[in-house]
Design a protein around this ligand. Structure first.
Ligand code: BGC
Length: 429
């Protein structure tokens, strides 16, 4: 809602940040931790071709094999209470994290109650800190035994996944209302089975399609299991949607946009439309289509060279209105080691979110990616997505200036004139 130039968000809006187990916990043993070890040298070699000169000069760590090995990362597994204390201090009232499947079910069908107890503590500390948990059950990393069985290509994968989800929710279901079964299914299927970037590095369109369909089944089965155990649970997925724009509104570009919207943004959501209570939106990209090429202007970019185009989220949100479900923004952020653009980006993004809300889109929360710097999947440590900066030698957490700006917004449940004048240096960049 806009009033006298100030922006207010709906009552009980969730404000916070997100993480994922493999990216912050440390010392996980899963398909990614294995893959990192055998692929670090290759990733170093490829960094020469993948990144521009300014990036190579600014982040020479990309040429060190250790950059790609997650190891103890942020040691969040042991320091979660400290981290949630900081999140609380930063005005957050919600937090998204993921449960590491490989810890809960280290061998097929054998569940580890000690690890359940760990996550019970995590949930307890979140509750005591006034942070509403958004629990992701699977965020890209798989138990080694499951990946050896073919992972989500296996025809029984949906049953195996639903059994794991059922076990977790049976034990912890009473402690959280919001459950996200799967993080970014189409992105996972693309990077792991089509482009060959992520483990298990397959390059096959057929495999990609099989995996997508198995993930649809896996979600729907898990949904039913979770709802049976806890009728009040709110269950959804975290869906990475892109704003596809037709350049100059040309017919061919419009046709391509339509196809891409259908395949990337809506196909999965349409298939699971009868088994989701909310939509979790992860949003990072804009793609201005011109005869199949990308015509983005890239006026501002992140450290990873991704275009920063905060208007995109408005379009993506308006397009999700068709499902008539509450929407929680479960990820949105940028790699910005020097914190030069994060304040501006958060401000511009939230203005666009607020515009969508004004136009009737039921957005109920914003969770920034990420609470802290972490290991960025196959890129390793150099991209810095955190509201908190991590010194990987000492593991000290430092609050970035933009996190304070965001704190004031969370606490005011809006963007007031006072906040704007206090942080004008962060916004006017
Ligand atoms: C993923 C995160 C990742 C972030 C930034 C999202 O697609 O869910 O795991 O770190 O993007 O690349």
């Amino acid at each position: 809602m806009k009033k006298d130039n100030q922006i207010y968000f709906p009552e009980n809006f969730f404000w916070g940040a997100a993480t994922s187990s493999h990216q912050v916990e440390g010392n996980n043993h899963n398909d990614w931790s294995e893959w990192e070890k055998t692929n670090a040298e290759r990733l170093v070699k490829e960094a020469k071709d993948n990144w521009q000169k300014w990036q190579q000069e600014k982040f020479p760590e990309m040429f060190d094999p250790q950059n790609y090995i997650s190891g103890r990362v942020c040691d969040h597994y042991n320091r979660f209470a400290e981290d949630f204390g900081i999140a609380k201090f930063l005005g957050h009232n919600a937090h998204r994290f993921s449960i590491e499947w490989s810890r809960i079910e280290p061998e097929e069908g054998k569940f580890d109650d000690g690890e359940i107890e760990h996550y019970r503590q995590v949930l307890r500390v979140l509750k005591n800190s006034g942070l509403e948990p958004f629990v992701t059950l699977w965020h890209f990393s798989l138990p080694v035994w499951f990946s050896e069985k073919g992972g989500f290509k296996n025809k029984n994968s949906s049953e195996i996944f639903a059994r794991y989800c059922g076990y977790v929710v049976e034990k912890l279901g009473g402690m959280a209302q919001f459950w996200i079964t799967i993080n970014e299914p189409e992105y996972y299927a693309q990077e792991s089975y089509l482009t060959g970037m992520w483990p298990p590095q397959k390059k096959s369109r057929t495999s990609q399609l099989i995996v997508i369909h198995n993930l649809i089944r896996a979600h729907c089965r898990a949904y039913k299991v979770i709802k049976k155990l806890n009728q009040n649970a709110q269950v959804g997925i975290a869906k990475n949607n892109i704003y596809f724009e037709a350049y100059k509104d040309r017919l061919i570009n419009r046709a391509l946009k339509k196809f891409k919207d259908w395949w990337w943004n809506f196909y999965f959501l349409h298939q699971i439309r009868n088994c989701q209570d909310f939509i979790g939106l992860n949003h990072y990209f804009h793609n201005r289509i011109h005869y199949g090429f990308n015509k983005n202007e890239h006026r501002r970019t992140s450290d990873m060279g991704w275009e920063l185009y905060p208007q995109a989220i408005y379009h993506v949100l308006v397009d999700l209105k068709r499902y008539q479900k509450p929407i929680y923004i479960t990820e949105n952020g940028l790699a910005d080691a020097q914190d030069k653009k994060r304040g501006w980006f958060i401000f511009e993004t939230l203005k666009n979110v607020s515009q969508a809300i004004e136009e009737g889109v039921d957005v109920r929360g914003y969770l920034h990616w990420s609470l802290m710097d972490n290991v960025e999947l196959d890129k390793g440590f150099w991209p810095r997505f955190g509201l908190l900066e991590i010194d990987y030698k000492t593991l000290e957490r430092k609050i970035r200036p933009s996190a304070k700006f965001y704190r004031d917004i969370c606490m005011a449940n809006g963007i007031t004139e006072d906040i704007l004048s206090k942080y004008k240096n962060l916004i006017n960049v």
